[in-house]
Design a protein around this ligand. Sequence first.
Ligand SMILES: NC(=O)c1ccc[n+]([C@@H]2O[C@H](COP(=O)([O-])OP(=O)(O)OC[C@H]3O[C@@H](n4cnc5c(N)ncnc54)[C@H](OP(=O)(O)O)[C@@H]3O)[C@@H](O)[C@H]2O)c1
Length: 274
Amino acid sequence: METIGIIGYGSMADMMVQKWLERGALDARQFMIHTRSDTERLHQLIGKHKDVNICSLDDLSTSCDVLFVCVPPLAVLDVLDQLRPAKKALHIVSVAAAVTLDKLAQHTNQPVSRYIPTLTSAVGTGVSLVAHGKTVGQEEQERLHRLLSAFSLVREVEEGRFDAASNLTSSSPGFIAAIFEEMARAAVRNSELSLDEAYEFLTYALLGTGQVLVKHGLTFAETVDRVATKGGITGEGAAVIQKQAPHMFDDLFTQTMKRYEQLKSQIDEADKHH
Ligand SMILES: NC(=O)c1ccc[n+]([C@@H]2O[C@H](COP(=O)([O-])OP(=O)(O)OC[C@H]3O[C@@H](n4cnc5c(N)ncnc54)[C@H](OP(=O)(O)O)[C@@H]3O)[C@@H](O)[C@H]2O)c1
């Protein structure tokens, strides 16, 4: 039975652990968790699953097979520096944005992979992005794939395309929510609809659209065509989006990519001064 280590127990770690337990993919006894502080979230987990082990960093590196580092990007390298060299093969998996495989490999001799989680895995869906360091073996890759498949589709993407891909897998629920917030507010400004009605109507439209895309295998363009009959009302609205959205989304990519680069420089700087 493999042992899964977790460092940091924030929203992402909680999502993963809860999902593995709920789906029966792993047993509570298989978890070893280390956090720097005692949090309500951790208490709730232990209250529900008494067999989860809370332990020191040293215990983690001696006993785990896979170790998920679930702390903020600027804390990842520090955490790796504190790990004692493992006695057996330990596959380290960092979930942080902007901390590259090269950087990670400079702070540990263990095989390292990156995994970008998505909030939507809390409902058992979404794409988990994965990239492996050079020394990660086939078996380790397969084990990570199996673990993440319990709550997501797993897709491997070269690191050079990781940030753009994260925009579509991990940040996109936030982007989609921001877009629909604006559509709801526009409905209120331009009609007698209430904001609550607008939220409800759009939420179910969003849920249904996702299901139609996946279950019927439709593309976005086909979905537009299905709803927007020639010369109809929907076509008129879709044309407004097709005209104005490219500029907005180009900006979104420019700004987010800039932010990724800033974060990488901050991580480099912090690393130099360490
Ligand atoms: N949220 C997302 O949708 C998302 C998506 C993709 C990737 N990620 C990545 O996932 C990671 C965790 O995100 P999250 O949303 O789970 O964050 P979170 O809820 O804020 O949790 C962060 C965890 O890290 C711990 N921590 C913070 N600073 C630390 C330090 N200096 N040393 C040791 N532990 C520290 C926190 O402990 P305390 O309680 O003691 O502060 C907490 O347990 C980040 O690296 C982020 O880039 C997040």
